[in-house]
Design a protein around this ligand. Structure first.
Ligand code: PRP
Length: 181
């Protein structure tokens, strides 16, 4: 445990990616997605809980017919290391069948979550296309090779919080990505 979770002390948090840089990158990603999906309806699949802020900001800047669905998955629980298992806390949204799906993730760490999820999605949903957008990626932690189609930032192997990412379920509300000192 690095910090008690029942009080608020931003002085212990070092900013890794500030709000301005985050927002600038998200607009760029949205522009790229808008260009790539011309003539199509895009279905975002927001992976809860960590992706909620990224997905909300990303979709605001995508200029296309767009639908959004949500899935709740967990591989970390309240731990800092992956449990090695992915829990499907909700079912695959059936409305995604045969659609152009873009999975929206906050972070790819070991790659386990998205490897398992995309396997199941290909099998159960036979999507017209299936791509991945991730705000963050830790190349040094990757164990399950994965192609990230739209990537925000590759980062070093530090435990990061904020902008959707938690420490024991707290700190998701920070508007930037930070590291607990
Ligand atoms: C985090 C994150 C990704 C996953 C990435 O979820 O949101 O879904 O871990 O790790 P991986 O590449 O090693 O699988 P977490 O289980 O912490 O759930 P949360 O989003 O609800 O915090």
């Amino acid at each position: 445990m690095l910090l008690p979770t029942d009080y608020w002390d931003e002085s212990k948090i070092k900013v890794m990616i500030d709000e301005e840089l985050l927002q600038e990158k998200i607009v760029q990603l949205a522009q790229q997605i808008t260009d790539d999906y011309q003539g199509k309806t895009i279905h975002l699949l927001c992976i809860l809980k960590g992706s909620v802020l990224f997905c909300a900001d990303l979709m605001k800047s995508i200029k296309l017919p767009l639908e959004v669905s949500f899935m709740s998955l967990s591989s970390y629980g309240d731990q800092q290391e992956s449990s090695g298992q992915v829990q499907f806390l909700s079912q695959l949204p059936p409305e995604l069948k045969h659609q152009h799906i873009l999975i929206v993730e906050d972070i790819v760490d070991s790659g386990l979550t998205l490897t398992k999820l995309t396997e199941v999605m290909h099998r159960e949903l036979t999507p017209a296309s299936l791509k991945i957008a991730s705000l963050l990626f830790k190349p040094k932690k990757l164990k399950y090779p994965l192609n990230i189609d739209y990537l925000g930032f590759s980062i070093e192997d530090r435990f990061v919080i904020g902008y959707g990412l938690d420490y024991a379920q707290k700190y998701r509300n920070l508007p930037y990505i930070g590291v607990l000192e």
